[in-house]
Design a protein around this ligand. Sequence first.
Ligand SMILES: [Zn+2]
Ligand SMILES: [Zn+2]
Length: 157
Amino acid sequence: MLFIVFGTKTKTEDVGGGEFYCPSCQTRRKFTRKRAKNYFALYFVALFPLNEAGEFIECQHCGRSYNPEVLKQKLSKPQPDVARLLQNVKTRLENGYPVEYMVRDLTDDGLDLDVARNTIEMAIGKQRKTCPDCDLTYAPNVMGCADCDRALRSAQE
Ligand SMILES: [Zn+2]
Ligand SMILES: [Zn+2]
């Protein structure tokens, strides 16, 4: 972990500031960029993965200190679940799951209708194939309707 606890005697100077994503607060916070001033402090912080200048980032809200690398993280909360959800949606749709059923599943999971449709569009694009019998739509790579076994039509035809 990047947490660093400094003794109260450690002398530091402020060398900058801004906003960052604080891993502890799990949201966007103001930070102060500080530099450890004396040898002892440098020796001390060298035990931790600080950068060469002995600088660290302190969250103004929770007061925790981090390696300046923390600034490379995105300002918003990381959302690995979105990537996983998209991959899951894409896989299921490309395996022949009807778009309409996927919309229903996603809205059942608590997504707004618009968000559900956007999610599907992000996963497989705008193109659809349509079943001539039941009007269910599918990802463009799907060949047959899951419900009635009919060959699908491209939307452009
Ligand atoms: Zn914080
Ligand atoms: Zn059908």
